[in-house]
Design a protein around this ligand. Structure first.
Ligand code: NDP
Length: 507
């Protein structure tokens, strides 16, 4: 039976064990043996300071807050709670380093540091993966195979650009912007840090970064990497604290560039906060992506893509394929196959190597998902959740599938940021385009079809920054990522990501 923290809005049936049928009604019930990753590679401190000018220092006033493990609800560590005075100290340190040390290095020298950071991330990858899963709730197989390798490859990729800026922007001289204020969310803490810090440093900027309050630990471990890599003090500064500290950082008068990833609501606030100043701004905000499946799609491959699109990282992904648009003629088959596949998804301990869906990042996020799922039921959509055990403690939510969804339903319009898929149908490509683009967001989309020409035609009609064809949630440091409309503006990754951190001058 479901544990006491079951958030299901329908009673969960007893869990049917997996079984090998032997014919004549006989079956051998089986399940995966636990395969927990050891935690002892991580040395947690009781208390973490702010990382300013190459040193860990307590916050002015000495206040702290606690980061907890969302899978156990147990505290992990006390984290310094920065004040505006600390923000000022961090920005000053970054400015000094930009003028005197980091900003004076040649591109070739900067590259050496970035390669070194990338190597250290690889060497310490298990430590980062375990810590990330403990602090965020994401399954170890994702932090180990996706977050950490991608973070290392971002540093590697931008290391390659550091001494080649002239080739990136032919005929122009690329100058650093100066001090970058970077605010990142909790869904991919280390990866978002890498997306922000690597291009900034490659271009000769220095940074002050604020991680999310529920997931500060990998950024603080990264601060240790900066020391290990002998990065000039002040080049990277990490300050921890609540949202208002993020705002104090973004609006600090000596910051030249603001990069934010998070909710559209806060993105708009930051936009208002820096309006009328000469700060450069990039915003990577929410999404409500359509994943479109045509009747000629390779169905089994599409089912895996749909599952990866929405249940990867508990659905806490800005570009998640949260709206499935399936051609009416195959809708029944796709929904049956999806239900089948959902019954094999393993929800539980993020540190278990067999886990597919870990813990929701915070109690607040779990409540938001629960409320939106309840609204789906109340508005008349049909809910399906596979029978599965949820752990006794922690913030867990069953993989959820809604059918009979109308475009007006909240679950079809609002970003849920949880493992919840809304299925809608279409008859013609035009109807698919109309429905896919019927959203305030414009971050990503997916297209599943056998026909190359249809992929090109559909991709050109999608109002989304990233369009995947016969795949979903593929990330690569060389490829730009970002959205438009309420999903924000500016690109991260690739040469476009570099562009966001330079001022181009005529030769
Ligand atoms: P937020 O946008 O509030 O948080 C993202 C980052 O911004 C965090 O570092 C946060 O700090 C910081 N922040 C919060 N308030 C301010 C502020 N006023 N000024 C400057 N920085 C601020 O997202 P939530 O964590 O509240 O999540 C809410 C919803 O946002 C989710 O349910 C999801 O729908 C969406 N979201 C989207 C993301 C995306 O990648 N598109 C990522 C995260 C959330 P702190 O953690 O201290 O509050």
């Amino acid at each position: 039976m479901a544990g006491r923290n079951s958030t299901s809005v329908i009673p969960a049936p007893d869990r049917a064990p997996n079984s090998w049928g032997l014919g004549d009604g006989q079956a051998i019930p089986w399940d995966y043996a636990p395969a927990p990753e050891a935690r002892d590679i991580v040395t947690l401190k009781d208390r973490y300071g702010l990382f300013i000018n190459g040193r860990f220092v307590p916050a002015t006033g000495g206040d702290t807050f606690v980061s907890i493990d969302p899978a156990t609800e147990q505290p992990l560590a006390a984290i310094a709670r920065a004040t505006p005075v600390d923000v000022d100290k961090a920005v000053r340190a970054a400015r000094r380093a930009q003028r005197r040390s980091w900003g004076q290095l040649s591109g070739r020298e900067r590259a050496k540091y970035l390669f070194r950071i990338s190597r250290i991330l690889q060497e310490r990858s298990r430590e980062f993966a375990v810590l990330e899963s403990m602090d965020s709730g994401k399954p170890i197989k994702e932090s180990r195979d996706v977050d950490v390798p991608l973070a290392a490859s971002h540093f590697w990729y931008y290391a390659g650009w550091a001494d080649k800026l002239d080739y990136a922007f032919p005929g122009r001289v690329a100058r650093p912007l100066g001090v970058a204020a970077q605010i990142i969310p909790w869904n991919f803490p280390l990866l978002m840090l890498a997306w922000k810090i690597a291009p900034a440093l490659a271009a000769g900027n220095t940074v002050v970064l604020k991680p999310a309050s529920t997931t500060p630990l990998s950024a603080l471990l990264f601060a240790e990497v900066c020391v290990q890599a002998d990065l000039p003090p002040g080049t990277v500064n990490i300050i921890t604290g609540p949202g208002e500290i993020g705002m104090a950082l973004a609006t600090h008068r000596d910051v030249d560039k603001v990069a934010f990833t998070g909710s559209t609501e806060i993105g708009k606030k930051i936009g208002r906060g820096v309006a009328g100043t000469d700060k450069a701004l990039t915003l990577e905000l929410g999404g409500k992506a359509a994943n479109i499946v045509f009747d000629d799609a390779p169905l089994d491959q599409a089912i895996e893509g749909i599952v990866n699109g929405i249940y990867f990282n508990q659905g806490e992904v800005c570009c998640a394929g949260s709206r499935l648009l399936v051609q009416e003629s195959i809708a029944e088959t796709v929904i049956d196959k999806l239900k089948d596949r959902l019954s094999t998804i393993r929800v539980g301990d993020p540190l278990d190597k067999n886990t597919d869906v870990g813990a929701i990042n915070s109690k607040a996020q779990l409540e938001k998902i629960t409320e939106l799922v309840a609204s789906g039921v109340a508005e008349g959509a049909d809910l399906y959740q596979p029978a599965c055990d949820l752990p006794e403690r922690g913030y867990f939510f069953r993989p959820t599938l809604f059918t009979n969804v109308a475009q007006s339903h909240r679950i079809a319009r609002e970003e849920i940021f949880g493992p919840v898929l809304s299925v809608l149908t279409f008859r013609t490509p035009d109807e698919a385009v109309e429905k896919a683009n019927n959203t305030a967001y414009g971050l990503s989309a997916g297209i599943w079809t056998d026909k190359g020409s249809r992929i090109l035609e559909m991709a050109s009609r999608m109002k989304a920054g990233v369009v995947w064809a016969n795949t979903f949630n593929r990330f690569d440091p060389t490829s730009p990522f970002g959205g438009y409309k309420e999903s924000g503006f500016g690109r991260e990754g690739g040469m476009h990501g570099l562009h966001a951190y330079v001022r181009l001058e005529d030769r």
